[in-house]
Design a protein around this ligand. Structure first.
Ligand code: FAD
Ligand code: NAI
Length: 463
């Protein structure tokens, strides 16, 4: 007799959301999580603590540099890092204990310990307790990719986890990898006073982003004091009393160069996490990148075992994991859950934020799609001027023949919130004209989305 209808392995935004949805649908559910708190990477050491520090550090930077133009004089601004860190920890606890509450509310059995399959239908927790279920969802997430020759000690050579908990501002922070984590955590410590150098292997930062938008982000971060060393790799790191000495080499080969740092953040990507899960005993197959292979119903090759979130293919984003959690629970319940992978937004929470949904210009060109572009700068948006925050633009890409919106890329204040209307538009297969004809409140930043949509047909009003 199975103990549960469903056992979810991993209590992150994929796993905990799947567990709640399954309980709503009438299943008896357990969630096995090895961490002491629920919420996974995202709530404990990812999205939430990083956004708490981004918010606090932005207040610090604004108090120093952005208030005088508003006629607000602030003298003697100083940093209280312990208070900033304590607030961040409290935000994390509020969120993780919120998931505990939701589990109690939905009568989900929370099992603490490391899960490992003993066979296709049985799970061992910490090698002892054997749990049986009709179905299992693997939602074990991801972990940082290590860099050869640069071993993380979480003191001076950090992963994102260490970079969220430093007890002093490093004088010089070297970030290896110019992606999401490097630019967000580089922003935090840069605002708090660190000199930040980003070493990026490729010849551009954020390689998957629309190139024009990525170049705009590069320029604005440079203005904020970031130094970028593109086309460069770190060959080795020597940890000494005076900090870390890195040996840098051109990515395409050439002479090495030394760079000294007080702290180094290694943020060169994340990889699926299946260590110790006993997948070989269950017979679950992985691809050549270590991801659990699933079909479009999240089913692995073993009947009754499903997988979602960072441990399967696709963008490693919390909201993608959660959407998959909902869809997978619905499929197990015999419903028709699905995820629209063409309309998953992505946001980098720098200042300005960068947000996108759908295709980039490069992807459309590569696919041979004929498209038109509408662009609107925030310098021409009344609210952005009133806010004294006019950096950036909205760019709408629409099919040249049908006018259907194929992608939207925004760099600007609150881009992460603004992208939501573009996601809705794409979900409803809107045309650029549809967005252009929708009444947007004035004065709002979102008017720039409407104007960019109008600009796709040369009909923007304010440029
Ligand atoms: P996870 O959240 O990684 O959860 C998996 C859980 O499974 C973990 O708690 C782990 O302990 C547990 N587990 C693993 N193996 C076992 C086992 N054998 N037994 C029991 N439990 C196990 N994404 C965004 O969308 N927005 C952001 O702003 C954002 N910021 C981020 C900032 C940082 C610094 C990092 C590192 C990531 C960020 N992400 C962000 C990515 C986001 O955290 C992940 O995409 C998301 O957490 C994936 O959810 P998941 O449920 O698949 O896995
Ligand atoms: P990333 O994939 O975003 O960026 C890694 C960068 O490192 C790339 O630019 C890559 O070219 C570069 N790189 C790879 N190997 C390198 C090397 N040897 N030397 C120098 N550069 C190298 O990975 P990151 O920043 O570690 O984040 C992991 C994932 O976590 C993200 O892809 C994203 O899915 C998620 N995340 C999401 C956030 C958000 O939604 N705001 C915030 C933080 C993380």
């Amino acid at each position: 007799m199975p103990d549960f209808d469903l056992i979810v392995i991993g209590g992150g935004p994929g796993g905990y959301v799947a567990a709640i949805r399954a309980a709503q649908l009438g299943m008896t559910v357990a969630c096995v999580e090895k961490r002491a708190t629920l919420g996974g990477t995202c709530l404990n050491i990812g999205c939430i603590p990083s956004k708490a520090l981004l918010q606090s550090s932005e207040h610090f930077a604004e108090a120093q540099h952005a208030m005088a133009q508003h006629g607000v004089k602030i003298d003697g601004v100083s940093l209280d890092l312990p208070t900033m860190m304590t607030r961040k920890d409290k935000v994390v606890t509020a969120n993780t204990s919120g998931v505990d509450y939701l589990f109690r509310k939905h009568k989900i059995e929370r099992v603490t310990g490391a899960a490992a399959f003993a066979g296709p239908g049985t799970l061992l927790v910490d090698g002892k307790t054997a749990l049986k279920a009709k179905s299992f969802i693997i939602a074990t997430g991801s972990d940082s990719v290590p860099l050869n020759g640069v071993p993380v000690d979480e003191k001076t050579i950090l992963s994102s986890t260490g970079a969220l908990s430093l007890d002093a501002v490093p004088k010089h922070l070297v970030v290896v990898g110019g992606g999401y984590i490097g630019l967000e955590m580089g922003s935090v410590w840069g605002r708090l006073g660190a000199e930040v150098t980003v070493v990026e292997f490729l010849d551009r930062i954020v390689p998957n982003m629309d190139t024009e938008t990525g170049s705009a982000l590069h320029r604005v971060l440079q203005k904020q004091g970031f130094t970028f060393k593109l086309g460069t790799k770190v060959a080795s790191a020597k940890n000494g009393t005076g900090g870390v000495t890195l040996a840098l080499e051109p990515a395409n080969g050439g002479d090495a160069q030394e760079l000294k740092a007080d702290a180094v953040l290694v943020s060169i990507g994340r990889r699926p996490y299946t260590e110790g899960l006993g997948l070989e005993k269950a017979g679950v197959v992985l691809d050549n990148k270590g991801r659990v292979i699933v079909d479009k119903h999240f089913a692995t090759n073993v009947p009754g075992i499903y997988a979602i979130g960072d441990v399967i293919a696709g963008p490693m984003l919390a909201h993608k994991a959660s959407e998959e959690g909902v869809a997978c629970a619905e499929i197990i319940a015999g419903q028709h859950g699905q995820v629209n992978y063409d309309a998953i937004p992505a946001v980098i929470y720098t200042a300005p934020e960068v947000a996108s949904v759908g295709k980039t210009e490069e992807e459309l060109k590569a696919a041979g799609v004929s498209y038109k572009t509408g662009k609107f700068p925030f310098t021409a948006n009344a609210r952005a001027r009133a806010n004294a925050d006019t950096e950036g633009f909205v760019k709408v890409l629409a099919d040249a023949a049908t006018d259907r919106v194929l992608g939207v890329h925004i760099i600007g204040q609150d881009a992460g919130t603004m992208i939501a209307e573009c996601v809705v538009a794409m979900e409803f297969a809107a045309s650029a004209e549809d967005i252009g004809r929708i009444c947007h409140a004035h004065p709002t930043l979102n008017e720039a989305v409407k104007e960019a949509a109008l600009a796709a047909d040369g009909e923007a009003i304010h440029i």
